[in-house]
Design a protein around this ligand. Sequence first.
Ligand SMILES: C[S@@+](CC[C@H](N)C(=O)[O-])C[C@H]1O[C@@H](n2cnc3c(N)ncnc32)[C@H](O)[C@@H]1O
Length: 310
Amino acid sequence: MSKKPIKVESCRCSGEGSHEISILNKNDQIRREVREHYKNTAQARISECCTDNENLIKEIVENDPKLYSEEELRSIPKGSNLGLGSGNPVFLAEIHQGETVVDLGSGAGIDCFLAANKVGKSGKVIGVDMTAEMIELARNNAYKNNYENVEFRLGEIEHLPIADNTVDLIISNCVINLSIDKSQVFKEAHRVLKSGGRLIISDIMFDHELPEKLRAAFDETAGCVSRAEVKEQYLDRIRNAGFNEVKIVDHIIIRPQKKRVYNEENPEETKKITMISSGKKAELELTKDEMKQVETAIISAHVKAVKSSK
Ligand SMILES: C[S@@+](CC[C@H](N)C(=O)[O-])C[C@H]1O[C@@H](n2cnc3c(N)ncnc32)[C@H](O)[C@@H]1O
């Protein structure tokens, strides 16, 4: 681990060593929080004796027809769909028989199983997740449904347990926004891809910068949105990792559900919104102008990139 001190504006401690320690502790704590959250999500799923898969399928297909089709959801193991994704990278990936696919942050395996149906017996899909309980769920789903071309590995996407230049396609669904080191995730993705390999991911990001007050409120929720970045910064990280043809291929704006009505005569009037992400809440009083900025700020985007052939 590097001994180079990392400067943080908010750090009030003195001495270069202390700077480094405080950053490491903060990052460890964030990782712990994320893992704890998904551990609880997985355990809740394990303990539900009669999970209503039919209702979940209906909800996803009706609320967001662009996410997964009913046919796709019926083609995979019941317990693999936890409703945690933000898009459908497999749909965009044009996967071929015999390919090797890696899913970053595979959860209970939904996208791995969709990909496994496409790569066939001659191909292979590897799901990587840092939450042991998610890996257990996913492995059970594979075992009970006789998937022999899928494997789930416990690990962090910042340090992939996968050899160099061995993968045709990397997918990921609503995960990289949670990472404390997104540049490192993209470097790792680049390392394991063969030349000409594709990166096709769905993720949450900000469409535009927000004033500090609004950004700070998102930070407090500590969930998906809290470490999301503005789209240009996100794409630059992918380019800087060595990828080419980096682009957002489609996106949707995620709007707060309740619409607020303001008094047109009073521009200073504020209304309350509650932001919830990964179970944590932050409350904010916003003027009409601020509300407009927040309402259009969060997007779910599909991003594509290629590791250039040498
Ligand atoms: C929002 S869920 C998405 C799961 C899955 N992709 C889906 O669509 O259902 C995020 C998943 O990523 C995993 N995760 C978060 N940060 C990670 C990291 N740094 N390394 C590995 N897994 C991570 C969590 O354990 C969790 O299973």
